[in-house]
Design a binder for this molecule. Structure first.
Ligand SMILES: *Cc1c(COP(=O)(O)O)cnc(C)c1O
Length: 360
């Protein structure tokens, strides 16, 4: 939708200088097979819905617990860390924004192809950034983060977005060890969808300079509830709290806290959902490869693919015409022929595969 240009006569320099993130489209009229924002196609746990309903009562009159103690205890229990090593926030995007503001100053490094919110936060806080290019196969070259460029913080998602490629735990730990003087943030939004455990959350709790950031939006099917959390040592967690309490002490409302606590206590449910998403991803990846698509090996709940003949923008438009929404990125130029396609239900993906078949 085109945004009216209001001219911004009352905007200050800061607002004029902002370069906001563009979220994936949330269509309002037409019905689409929605494979564009990496939402989980399955519903959240019934216990989560029940907990939110139970919390919707007279107590809404009262402010929620600003420290989210019960939630942090339940996260700590699930991840085998201490509640003091957990921070809870209004989606992981909010936590990333706080972390950029709290821990980065002279420079931050992140890959040239990655989550496009990182340059937005860097600009918001005035932190210079450098973007080492991914290897030709879209993997991250760890040397870019272990050699030179000292006094620079680091942030990347593992698995990376929008490529879906992941890095081994030992490699991440070597990056954190190589730059003991700066914070290394690992955005684990998609870590649950990896074939092997690649979370470094338990190391983060013990390490001085490693912070992991997590979200309930993807693995727990709760993009609409807005809950994220971070795991790191007590001093990093306190840094995040200082940022939060300089903006808004009540970032997580009572319903969100109640729902998120229920997630932590119903692990079997989301693990079952994740298994289904992984199985569908593997089936879809194999089918696309056999149709001649380039498919980057994914450890996430999406695939990053290139059509054998069509330009990325054309293939995106073709799918949209067939009521299938995917995500196309205009830069950097090396990814413009790729589409990022979220893994939907098996029937969503059968429709998608049929459209792919017809497009050749
Ligand atoms: C989806 C996503 C997030 C944002 O998660 P929210 O908790 O919904 O704000 C953060 N990082 C990456 C890499 C993501 O893909």
């Amino acid at each position: 939708m085109a945004v009216k240009n209001y001219g911004g006569e009352f905007w200050n320099e800061r607002v004029r200088g902002l370069a906001p993130y563009t979220p994936g489209e949330q269509p309002r009229n037409r019905r689409y097979v929605k494979l564009n924002t990496n939402e989980n196609p399955y519903p959240p746990s019934p216990l989560v819905i029940e907990a939110i309903k139970q919390a919707a009562d007279d107590r809404l009159r009262l402010y929620p617990d600003p420290e989210c103690w019960e939630l942090r205890e339940s996260i700590a229990e699930r991840f085998g860390v201490q509640p003091e090593q957990v921070f809870a926030g209004n989606g992981s995007d909010e936590i990333l924004a706080f972390a950029f503001g709290a821990f980065f100053s002279d420079k931050v490094l992140f890959p040239d192809v990655t989550y496009s919110f990182y340059p937005v936060y860097a600009k918001l806080w005035g932190v210079p950034f450098e973007c080492p290019p991914l290897n030709d196969d879209f993997s991250i070259n760890p040397d870019d983060y272990t050699r030179g460029r000292l006094h620079a913080g680091v942030v990347f998602p593992n698995p990376n977005a929008p490529t879906g490629r992941s890095m081994e735990v030992s490699t991440i730990l070597s990056i954190a060890a190589a730059r003991k003087d700066r914070v290394v943030i690992v955005d684990e939004a998609y870590a649950a969808f990896a074939q092997e455990n690649l979370s470094v959350a338990s190391y983060a709790a013990a390490d001085a300079n490693l912070l992991t950031v997590h979200t309930l939006s993807k693995f727990a099917s709760l993009a609409g509830l807005r809950v994220g959390f971070a795991i790191g040592n007590e001093s990093l967690i306190e840094g995040l709290r200082r940022m939060r309490d300089s903006f808004n002490s009540y970032t997580l409302d009572r319903l969100a806290q109640a729902g998120a606590i229920a997630v932590m206590k119903d692990r079997a449910y989301d693990e079952g959902v994740t298994r289904k998403v992984i199985d569908t991803r593997e089936r879809v990846s194999a089918a696309l490869s056999s149709m001649g698509f380039e498919v980057i090996p994914s450890d996430a709940n999406f695939v990053f693919i290139r059509h054998p003949a069509q330009k990325g923008a054309d293939f995106f438009a073709y799918l949209r015409e067939k009521s299938i929404l995917t995500r196309h990125f205009n830069n950097p130029p090396r990814i413009t022929d790729f589409l990022r396609v979220s893994i939907g239900t098996d029937s969503d993906m059968d429709m998608f595969l049929e459209a792919c078949q017809e497009s050749r």
